[in-house]
Design a protein around this ligand. Structure first.
Ligand code: GUN
Ligand code: ZN
Length: 455
């Protein structure tokens, strides 16, 4: 960014400032001719373009995305980068899918070069889909975490990730021990947690693949370091739930296993949460542990339907996740489309703004990162997506009969995918451009006036 480090983007803009289920129409702000102004990568102002343009110093670089829509970067709160190569694997439900597809592919991540190649591809794929923050599982190999964080650091992305802890009920060459998982995680925390934009998540895979000692040490790691995350899976599949009851006969419920070891807390992210009861939900609501709704995965593996309304009633923070490779798309637009349909099957309506909230501000709140990302409030990090309403002939046609931003946003969520992502920015810097036709400000510099160009 040149000069004062200031850059402005002109487009239609929408973002959330509150939860639409609570605040209704006051939950979002919308400018049909908007301006997002960034200084040194952070939001300096956001509002009506004609008004804000008059206040900008001459020489401010202005990138013109008129006709397109800028929204905050999407947050994918649950995804497995090592499963990139097994997305769309046929025919199994959870436990057989893990054995047949997942464990064999995760074995390959003992090779740092392979891990880095997959991490680079995975992060490029996130950006192609407008996802700027994700909570990511690596594998049991510490090298897989190093590869992921090194790749994310090079991009400047805000990412959460951790080494899978898994010391039983898995192939011997993918098994750590309670003690080595503690030591390896600790070393990774010291290396990566809070390094640039990176954050560490203690990552026991799920209760069936951890001994009680390992879960105890996971809790110790959380107590020993400030601001860590905990990520795992809970209550995804009926056979899995039965298995957990056998492995932990003393537990009241699956969630109670994690609770017993101090793992149900703020910054804990639990994927799925399909087979919970009211006591479980109350516990998550009381502690601030988040549920991550992964609709494409839940439908693909035939696991069940996430009850977003029940979560809300019990004040459980909710985010959305793709859960690739059980999830079938990196696109948060595809994911929100499936979320809408799951909610509909349970007789709830997920409004377009409630859906966008889940993938932006609501996700950021669930991750306790809403002081930094999630919308365009003053001082937040400049991560955002430029969406193309006319990315496909059908979308372009549908938009002609969509009058309001509500209707157009809904059509974008239901019909859209990576083709709609014209550009993705991290800290105000373009990190993905669909059409590669982007010209830098240096090519178009006109001194003494606003330096305006079409992207
Ligand atoms: N439960 C334990 N491991 C996994 C995984 O890799 N994916 C999903 N969807 N569920 C899990
Ligand atoms: Zn998962």
């Amino acid at each position: 960014m040149k000069g004062t480090g200031r850059r402005a983007l002109r487009a239609e803009i929408v973002h959330l400032v509150d939860d639409p289920v609570v605040a209704g129409d006051r939950a979002h702000e919308h400018w049909s001719d908007g301006l997002l102004v960034l200084a040194d990568g952070k939001v300096e102002s956001c509002g009506d373009a004609p008004t804000l343009l008059a206040t900008l110093p001459p020489n401010t670089e202005i990138i013109d995305y008129s006709g397109k829509l800028i929204v905050p970067g999407f947050i994918d709160a649950h995804v497995h980068y090592p499963q990139t190569d097994i997305v769309a694997a046929y025919g199994e439900k959870l436990l057989e899918w893990l054995t047949r597809y997942t464990f064999p592919t995760e074995r390959r991540f003992d090779d740092p070069a392979y891990a880095r190649e997959v991490a680079d591809f995975f992060l490029a794929e996130l950006l192609r889909n407008g996802t700027t923050t994700a909570a990511v599982f690596a594998t049991v190999h510490p090298e897989s975490v190093d590869a992921f964080f090194a790749s994310a650091q090079a991009l400047g992305a805000r990412m959460i990730a951790g080494k899978v802890m898994m010391d039983r009920n898995c192939p011997p060459d993918l098994c750590d021990t309670a003690e080595t998982s503690y030591e390896d995680s600790k070393a990774l925390i010291e290396r990566w947690h809070r390094c640039d934009r990176l954050l560490y998540a203690v990552t026991p895979r799920f209760a069936p693949t951890s001994t009680e000692r390992q879960l105890e040490l996971a809790g110790r790691l959380l107590d020993e370091h400030e601001g860590l995350y905990l990520q795992s899976h809970v209550a995804e599949n009926a056979d899995e739930v039965k298995w957990v009851a056998e492995l932990y006969p003393w537990s009241r419920s699956y969630l109670d296993v994690y609770d017993h070891f101090g793992l149900v807390r703020e910054r804990a992210l639990y994927a799925h949460c399909l087979h919970l009861d009211a006591t479980d939900r109350d516990r998550m609501g009381a502690t601030g542990a988040a549920a991550v709704f992964c609709p494409t995965s839940n439908l693909f593996l035939g696991s069940g339907l996430f009850d977003v309304d029940a979560a809300r009633r019990h004040r459980v923070p909710v985010a959305v996740g793709t859960d690739v490779g059980a999830g079938t798309s990196f696109s948060m637009l595809r994911t929100l489309d499936e979320a809408y349909k799951v909610a509909n099957l349970l007789h709830h309506r997920l409004s377009p703004f409630a859906a966008l909230h889940l993938a932006t501000l609501g996700g950021a709140q669930a991750l306790r990162l809403d002081d930094r990302i999630g919308n365009f409030a003053l001082g937040k990090e400049g991560d955002f997506v430029v969406l193309d309403f006319a990315a496909t002939p059908l979308l372009a046609r549908r938009m002609q009969s969509a009058a309001t931003i509500d209707e157009r946003l809904f059509a974008l969520l239901i019909l859209g995918d990576d083709r709609c992502v014209a550009a993705t920015y991290l800290m105000g810097e373009q990190r993905h451009a669909r059409d590669n036709a982007f010209k830098s400000s240096a090519d178009l510099a006109i001194s003494g006036s606003h330096n305006q160009h079409r992207a």
